[in-house]
Structures are given as structure tokens and as C-alpha cells.
Write a protein that binds this ligand. Structure first.
Ligand SMILES: [Zn+2]
Length: 227
């Protein structure tokens, strides 16, 4: 089915639902415009509704398609983001430990699901090692600069809404595993940010004075996370 908009016929799918009052349109992850409508709503009314809302539906569709194009497929030869660059996944058909050589990560996989799993497990191990190293490095820097901060207990989390968080009282710092897609300098900046919260639990001038004093490149690298 299609509806007209600016001289084009835009495709959509229609599902009739008894339990609906009128109708609702949404854009699915694959970009499909999906309409649910009560059985009694005439098609002409649905088309009018879609044409009236076409601008925002097409914008949502463009965003869904861009997200999909950017998402890794985990196919043999596809890429994943890793520390600010691209790693190419190579499927290996017989059991082997995941191994990285330059920009290529070879994993034991025969399907995209197996490749995704192998990649995630490899990334977690790399993340634990990197965060442990950055934690010590930043802790030592604070001490050498005369700040008495605790050695943070790092918790690696998969968070949607924040890159890191600090519970100063218990010395716990949560770090987002999704940072692993960004350059090490950016991740280091998040460590400096959270460590600065041991001294100031707000985003005051004093907080930023400590943060930028110890990590002058903070703003430049942190800007990547704002995109
Ligand atoms: Zn903060």
C-alpha cells in the first residue's frame, strides 16, 4: 500500500486491529512505515492521515535507515567500531580463540550471531584490561599532583544514558562499555572526569579546574561523546 506525498508514492503496511480506537502510525527499525487501524477506519482516511504526517514520518524513517546502515552486521568481513577505529571481523570456521592482528579480529563463527557473541566476549576482556590500566594511571596522576583520592572500584556497565558515574562515598566508579568505540584519549577523559568527582560532587568551576588542570585535552576529546 502507498500514500502520495510530494509527487511520490510512499509505501506503508497496514494491520487492522479490533482493539484499536482509530489508528496509529510508527516507523519500524527497518524503516517500514507501519499503520495499525481499527477495522472501521476507511483507507482514504488513513491515507489522509499519513499524507498530513508525512514530513515527520519520513524524517523518522531516514533516521532508522541511517542507524541500520551504521549498525554492525557481524557478517564475515564487516566492521565494528573499536577505540575510535574500525576492526574487520573475520569468521574462522573451526574453534579458535579470538585474535586481533592490526585492524583484523579473527573469531570462531559460522553465523552472524556467533560472530556477535565472540566479538562481545573479546571486547569485554579488552575493556577490563584497558579500564584497569587507565584506572591505575589516573589514580597515580591524582596522587602525584597531591590529591588524596581513593583507588576507584570500577564497574563496567552497558548504559544508554551516561558514560560514567561516580559514587564518591563508596569509591565506586561505573564506566560504560560503549566507550570502547571511542579513542583511548576520550575514555581517559571520562576517567579523569569521574576521579574529579571524588573531590567535587558537582560540575562547578572548582571541579573543572581540577579536571582540566590534570587533563588539559579533556574538552577536545570529550567533544566526541557529545555528537
Ligand atoms: Zn560528572
Amino acid at each position: 500500500m502507498t500514500f502520495p506525498y510530494q509527487g511520490r508514492d510512499i509505501p506503508y503496511t497496514l494491520t487492522r486491529r479490533r482493539n484499536m480506537k482509530t489508528m496509529r502510525a510508527k516507523v519500524m527499525a527497518d524503516g517500514t512505515i507501519a499503520v495499525s487501524a481499527a477495522p472501521r477506519v476507511p483507507t482514504a482516511e488513513i491515507v489522509r492521515f499519513l499524507t498530513a504526517n508525512a514530513a515527520s514520518l519520513l524524517e523518522m524513517q531516514a533516521r532508522a535507515l541511517a542507524r541500520r546502515a551504521a549498525a554492525p552486521t557481524f557478517a564475515d568481513g564487516s566492521t565494528v567500531r573499536y577505540l575510535g577505529g574500525d576492526l574487520t571481523l573475520r569468521w574462522h570456521p573451526t574453534p579458535c580463540a579470538a585474535e586481533r592482528e592490526g585492524d583484523v579480529l579473527t573469531v570462531f563463527a559460522r553465523t552472524p550471531d556467533e560472530a556477535r557473541l565472540a566479538w562481545e566476549q573479546w571486547q569485554i576482556r579488552a575493556c577490563v584490561a584497558l579500564y584497569r590500566q587507565l584506572n591505575l594511571e589516573v589514580y597515580r596522576h591524582f596522587h602525584s599532583a597531591g590529591y588524596d583520592v581513593p583507588l576507584a572500584r570500577i564497574e563496567i556497565k552497558d548504559m544508554v544514558s551516561r558514560w560514567g558515574s561516580c559514587t564518591a562515598a563508596s569509591g565506586r566508579v561505573s564506566m560504560n562499555i560503549r566507550l570502547m568505540a571511542y579513542p583511548v584519549e576520550t575514555i581517559r577523559g571520562v576517567f579523569y572526569h569521574e576521579y574529579s568527582h571524588f573531590l567535587h560532587q558537582d560540575h562547578s568551576k572548582a571541579f573543572y579546574a581540577v579536571l582540566r588542570g590534570l587533563y588539559p585535552a579533556y574538552d577536545r576529546w570529550d567533544a566526541l561523546l557529545k555528537k
